[in-house]
Design a protein around this ligand. Structure first.
Ligand code: SAM
Length: 345
């Protein structure tokens, strides 16, 4: 087991069998978490980077089977933030110490190329020392280019699963695996710090699918990787499915840290939702980013991707002081910094 972790940490390629053994976790997982923590400290010290998450729209044209804001969920409450509201979120975030704003939303035609470019320009003009991350789904390359020209620094687009077969079981036919991967490649080529990622324990996921995720990460070399447990939403076709497990999610976070020592890894909101100490456990397994919610309090519950999604307390930007204390108690510290990726360093 230790030999295998050494091999992975040294950048050696593992066989399929070795990967499957590591993913299955029939060993003392604390050894894996400790090794991942060691590697994270080597590259990032004890720094924890914070991102202010602004959920700009709950409208979405897509119908992903797992997601609470899928277009055919007629019970979902929908909202859009105006440019003024988004800037007001950035204002309060900046005061709190955030130096990255993440503008996330469903695929909403209202947010045209020009409208998003205008918002990005406005945020960057007001806060030139901050990074802007977009997470607005699949668009044409020319659209990504326009937003990059407007000043966006980073883009998050989880690949969701690197197994095409699995992808097709959790998405409707019109969403194509190849297109999602093409978008990620375009984003990276354009120059964005690019984040991909996947859910752990999503319906029909096999060890082979998780192995495909690891192989994809190795090839793609993302600057960020968002890994969170699948959590069912009561108004989706997957309402009866089991949620992803804490230990399996932590295992995938730790393996990703060893595979990509310089990448940025959030201890995701979903991880914090399934366990009261999910965030701390994520940090101890190699994660180094947290993304508290900066959206206006009045709309937060409407961005309902899965049941019980945490958006108050330490998940909320206003709860930053308490989050800082918890991060410190876990042995790390929240820093006021853009927190750029050290991939390849
Ligand atoms: N529309 C953008 C996109 O497709 O990347 C960003 C918004 S999307 C709702 C953000 C992420 O939420 C997805 O990439 C997915 O991994 C996650 N998500 C959606 N439903 C979820 C669920 N039921 N459990 C856990 N994560 C979920």
């Amino acid at each position: 087991m230790r030999g295998l972790l050494d091999k992975l940490a040294e950048g050696c390629e593992l066989t399929e069998q070795e990967w499957k053994f590591l993913i299955a976790g029939s060993y003392d997982r604390n050894l894996l978490y400790a090794r991942a923590d060691e590697v994270r400290r080597k590259h990032y010290g004890t720094n924890v980077y914070i991102r202010g998450l602004i959920e700009i729209t709950s409208y979405c044209r897509n119908d992903c089977f797992y997601c609470g804001i899928r277009c055919s969920n007629t019970k979902a409450r929908r909202y859009r933030l105006s440019e003024e509201e988004i800037l007001a979120c950035c204002d309060s975030g900046y005061q709190l110490g955030f130096r990255t704003f993440v503008l996330q939303g469903g695929e909403d035609a209202f947010f045209t190329t020009e409208r998003v470019a205008q918002i990005v320009t406005a945020v960057k003009e007001k806060y030139p020392d901050c990074a802007v991350t977009l997470s607005l789904g699949e668009r044409e390359r020319a659209v990504y280019e326009a937003w990059y020209q407007a000043g966006a620094d980073r883009y998050l687009l989880r690949h969701e699963t690197a197994s095409k077969e699995h992808y097709e079981k959790i998405h409707p036919q019109e969403l194509r695996y190849e297109h999602r991967i093409q978008c990620l490649q375009d984003l990276k080529q354009i120059g964005y710090q690019t984040g991909c990622g996947f859910m752990v324990g999503s319906p029909y996921q096999s060890t082979e699918a998780l192995l495909a995720d690891m192989q994809f990460l190795r090839k793609f070399q993302p600057h960020m990787v968002g890994i969170g447990p699948f959590i069912p939403h009561h108004d989706t076709p997957f309402r009866e499915c089991a949620q992803g497990s804490l230990t399996q999610t932590l295992t995938m976070v730790a393996l990703t840290r060893l595979l990509l020592p310089g990448t940025l890894l959030p201890a995701t909101t979903a991880l914090g939702t399934i366990h009261p100490e999910g965030r701390e456990l994520g940090l101890k397994a190699g994660a180094n980013v947290v993304m508290p919610n900066l959206s206006p309090a009045a709309v937060r519950s409407q961005y309902s991707l899965y049941d019980r999604k945490a958006c108050t307390g330490d998940e909320a930007a206003e709860g930053l002081e308490s989050l800082k204390r918890r991060v410190e108690a876990a042995g790390y510290q929240v820093v006021t910094d853009r927190g750029d990726s050290r991939l390849g360093q």
